[in-house]
Every structure is written in C-alpha cells, then in structure tokens.
Design a protein around this ligand. Structure first.
Ligand code: PLP
Length: 409
C-alpha cells in the first residue's frame, strides 16, 4: 500500500546530541590541532583560554569573562563571589537545573524558591518579592528556554533592596533586553557549554561581570584562589580548580565565532513557526516581552487541556510518532520536589544548610506553588536547532496542527 498524504511522511530533525544538529568543523579542528601541536594544554600557560575569555567578553559587551568547567561550576563561582554566610537565603526559581541549586548548598546558602509566570515559566519581580526576607543575600534569575526574564522590574527591585543579581543564562545566549545581553544586566552572568546548549564543548561554562571585585574573586575561585601574577601569591581562601583545558578553550573559541549565526538561524525559523501556528485554538506560542528578544534554546507551546484531550502529554505522544521528540511538562516536577530537598540530603547527617533555615523558607510543598504546577502542566517543549530549514519548520507546524485537530475536544 502506498500513501501520498503529507501527514504520513516522517522527517528526521537535526539533533543537538550529534553532528546532525551541531556545527563543529574545520575552524574548531584547526584550533584544537594548534593546541595539541603546541604541547601546552593548560590555560595557565596557553593562549586559547585567554583568547576565549577576551572574545567572549567582547561579544557579550561585558568587562570580564572567565571560562570554567560547567554551568554548575559557573553558578558555584558566582555564588562564592557573593560569599553568603551559612544560613543566608538566596531566592531562585522553582523551575531550573540542579546544577543551578546544588552550588548554593555547597556555599551554605538556603535556596528559597520563587513562583513563576505560567506562560514564560520565568520568575518575575512580583514572584521574587514574595520570596524575599531580611535574610536574603542574593537573587538568581534563570532565563528559561532562551526567553529572558523581565529584567527592568527585577533590577529595580534588586536595587531597592540592595541585593546582587546572578543571571543563569545557561539556556540563553545573545538574547537582548533593552539592547543589553541577558547575562550582563545583573551583577554576574552564568553560561553553560554543555552538549545541548547554544554553543558547546560537551561540558563547559562561562561567567561574566562588569564588576572589578567580583571578577577578581571569580578568577581566583576558578584557580584554587592562587594569586597568579601577584607579587606574593598565596592561596587566599578556600576554592577549587574549575579551569578548562586549552583543548576545550580552542573548541569553544570556534563555537563562539559561530554563535551569532546559530542564534540568528534559531530566531528566523522560530519566527516562521510562530507565524504558522497563529490562530489555533487551545495552544499558545511563546510570550516575549516587548523590549526583549527570545533566542530559542527550545520552542515552548502552552497547551490548554480543557480544549485538547490529554493536553501537552497527549500532544507529545502524537508528535513522537512523527519523530518530533518534545518534552511535555519539561522537568515534570519542580526542583524542590527532588529528594535532595525533600529529605535534605546534604553533608553527612547534618542537613546543612537547611538546619540553619527559617522553617517558612524551606516549606517545599507543591500546594505553595500553584503557578509552577500550572506552568509545568501546560508546557510542551519542542526541540529547536540552528540547522532547521524551512522544510523542518513546516513539518513541525503541520504535525502540531494535526495533533491539535486529532485531540480537539
Ligand atoms: C544546563 C543548565 C545548567 C547547568 O549547566 P551544566 O553545564 O550542565 O552544569 C544550569 N542552569 C540551567 C538553566 C541549565 O539549563
């Protein structure tokens, strides 16, 4: 039996997990070859680590950028620079990666989870404000999926309360808010170079800042707090080795040179999808602030299950058959529902730093977070990639539309 119906067609989408959706080529190879031939693989002696940091800072229009081993390391370095006292609170988001949370506990800080906007899944000034207390030491905002938080309001609140802001920009490279890049608006920005991010070296991270003192502290924290270049260097405080190697830096430099094109391609194709999905009752395309750009790490739809049978999960099941591997409900449960928070499994039996916390600050229960529950329930995260062509986007649009029609109540 043959069929010519368009919807019977199965297409392979480029994937960020292999070369089909990644951009490594002659540029990275040439840099990596140069490193190997030089015989110098440590960034303390080689030139690629320094070049990467300088070019990254230039690209993001920040004063300082430092490379480190992961996005989790970047958060650890940022929190260390804020230097909380044990038991201090850091307000963060209920929807984030564990790599953005474990470093808080390692530094003795108690994560206090702010609610999220049900459409963007991002924290807002309003939700952060409700989570503040006299013990708040800092705010971490996470720009989810490539869509920046509403930074004007958040920075105004932070200024009023005299609190530093760390931006977790692991999913958001080169998004702009009022002409400034996400990650450079707060006090410190953190990026991840993990396999699935906009630019990658498999694992890796970057921190950026415009502040001299924070930059100095972060540089030291990456380097066991050894005062490289000082007249009388010493290990000034407790810190780890979070350096990347020259090999990683070389590959990252090649990736950085392709970042603008990667982001522009993602925006161009995402805009086409948004256009093609207008006016479909029961699903909503991404909500983006007027003064901001979305750089589409992923493309999120919200699905109304009062109109569509099975909601986001129903949609995902139909799309999967078409080789479109979406994530309904994203991380499914908020971070605070994970064992580490529910059972306070940290250092030995101490429950540190939760043992120092106000009980209201660590009341990690679903019923305290109705908007987080709603946001996760409705969201359908579509994979996105810089190598999508118009044909890929039309294929996705066609199948989203078909799934909605099949499941319409
Ligand atoms: C990927 C990611 C991290 C952690 O980065 P790793 O490089 O995997 O350690 C942190 N926060 C967010 C929002 C992420 O998406």
């Amino acid at each position: 039996m043959t069929t010519t119906a368009q919807t019977e067609r199965i297409m392979m989408l480029p994937s960020d997990q292999d070369s089909s959706g990644r951009t490594f080529g002659a540029e990275e190879l040439a840099y990596v070859k140069e490193v190997l031939e030089s015989g110098t693989l440590t960034t303390t002696k080689g030139k690629f680590g320094k070049m990467l940091e300088q070019k990254f800072a230039e690209k993001f229009e920040a004063k300082y950028a430092y490379a480190c081993t992961s996005g989790s390391a970047a958060i650890h370095i940022a929190v260390a620079a804020i230097n909380p006292n044990p038991g201090d609170e850091i307000v963060t988001t209920s929807i984030t990666d564990m790599g953005a949370l474990a470093p808080l506990m390692y530094r003795g800080a108690v994560p206090v989870f702010a609610e999220v906007d049900t459409k963007t899944l991002n924290v807002t000034a309003k939700t952060i404000e409700k989570a503040l207390s006299p013990r708040t030491k800092a705010i971490i905002v996470t720009h989810l999926f490539g869509n920046p938080c509403e930074m004007d309001d958040i920075m105004a609140l932070a200024k009023e309360r005299n609190l530093p802001v760390i931006e977790d920009s692991a999913q958001t490279f080169l998004a702009k808010v009022n002409g400034k890049y996400a990650g450079t608006i707060g006090d410190i920005g953190c990026f991840s170079l993990q396999q699935g991010k906009h630019m990658t070296t498999g694992e890796g991270g970057m921190v950026v800042t415009n502040d001299d003192a924070l930059a100095r502290h972060m540089f030291l924290y990456i380097n066991k707090a050894w005062g490289y270049g000082d007249a009388n260097p010493d290990h000034y405080f407790m810190a780890l080795n979070y350096r990347v190697s020259e090999l990683q830096a070389a590959a990252a430099l090649g990736q950085l040179e392709k970042l603008e094109e990667c982001v522009q391609n993602r925006i161009r194709t995402a805009d086409i999808l948004t256009e093609m999905l207008q006016g479909i009752d029961g699903i909503e395309t991404p909500k983006i602030a007027e003064n901001a750009s979305h750089v589409y790490w992923k493309y999120c739809l919200t699905v109304d299950d009062s109109k569509i049978e099975g909601g986001s999960v129903g949609m995902a099941n139909l799309l999967k058959v078409k080789n479109i591997f979406s994530a309904p409900r994203y991380i499914v449960k908020p971070a605070f529902m994970c064992q580490v928070f529910q059972e306070k499994k940290t250092l030995g039996d101490s429950q540190f730093p939760f043992n120092l916390a106000r009980s209201e600050a660590i009341d990690y229960r679903m019923e305290n977070y109705p908007d987080t529950a709603k946001a996760l329930h409705d969201v359908l995260v579509l994979p996105w990639n810089e190598k999508y062509t118009n044909a890929h986007v039309e294929y996705i649009a066609e199948n989203v539309r078909a799934a909605v029609e099949t499941l319409r109540k």
